[in-house]
Write a protein that binds this ligand. Structure first.
Ligand SMILES: [Zn+2]
Length: 262
């Protein structure tokens, strides 16, 4: 499921493939993925324009059409982007197909119709309107900022990390990895971490996101010392070799090592 490192990888992919080419046409098959915007508004905004730059806030990707508005994409559970030459067929489950004048196409593919295609005047405004917290990877989210946010937070650590209005970009999978590397249990009270634990959490958050982005969020390229590729029945902890445990936290399955995390 696309989280911050995946969406950052998509953003870089759009930068590398799709900027500065005139858009000749757009096909949309996105019923239920449009919220407050009509398909013809999206087609009208894109057709004849060019993608000029990209931005990301949490799990949302923004692509500026000329000097605005911005196309907004949320990848839900299954979304991805693919760029190809026009003589190839578009992948099945293509919900958005952007046709460039030079014959190439960019397809947004969502196997399940969970996700969102929208227009925004500005990514910052969109973040406010959609109640997004600070982006989990922005440098301004320093150790002290995170610490004061957590001290004001009720409830457990994993639910805080997954709450997009608290901090944007982290979901079920990367929250498990961050907590594993920080040595903290998913159900620890967010407000009650010691200074050392706050240090460890902030360090793990930066390290996990930076490493995953650098490896293009490809699970096969992530370090073997990570928990992430092992989230399945019968898996052992990469650090101590003990059995991993799982539990329901905030409606999701949290994986953790009961020996290495406290
Ligand atoms: Zn362990």
């Amino acid at each position: 499921m696309p989280e911050l490192p995946d969406v950052e990888t998509f953003r870089r992919y759009v930068d590398a493939t799709s900027l500065h080419q005139r858009i000749a046409g757009v096909d949309l098959d996105a019923t239920r993925m449009l919220q407050g915007v009509r398909a013809d508004e999206i087609r009208g905004a894109l057709t004849g324009g060019r993608f000029e730059q990209t931005a990301r806030r949490g799990k949302f990707l923004f692509v500026a059409i000329d000097d605005g508005p911005w196309l907004v994409l949320h990848f839900g559970m299954t979304g991805l982007l693919t760029y190809f030459k026009a003589d190839g067929a578009a992948p099945s489950h293509t919900r958005l197909l952007v046709q460039f004048e030079d014959g190439y196409r960019l397809a947004g593919v969502w196997r399940r119709r969970l996700g969102r295609i929208d227009l925004a005047h500005d990514p910052d405004d969109f973040a406010v309107t959609n109640d997004l917290g600070p982006d989990a990877f922005e440098p301004e989210l320093g150790r002290d900022a995170l610490a004061s946010m957590l001290r004001a937070r009720r409830g457990g650590l994993k639910s805080a990390l997954m709450d997009q209005s608290f901090v944007a970009g982290i979901g079920n999978v990367y929250s498990d990895e961050i907590l594993f590397q920080a040595g903290l249990m998913p159900d620890r009270a967010a407000a009650e971490l010691t200074d050392d634990e706050l240090d460890a959490l902030h360090r793990a958050l930066r390290h996990v996101l930076a490493t995953a982005i650098e490896r293009q969020a490809d699970p096969g390229r992530l370090p073997s010392s990570w928990l992430l590729p092992r989230r399945e029945e019968g898996a052992r902890c990469p650090r101590c070799g003990g059995a991993l445990a799982h539990d329901h936290v905030a409606g999701r399955t949290a994986w953790y090592c009961p020996r290495c995390q406290c």
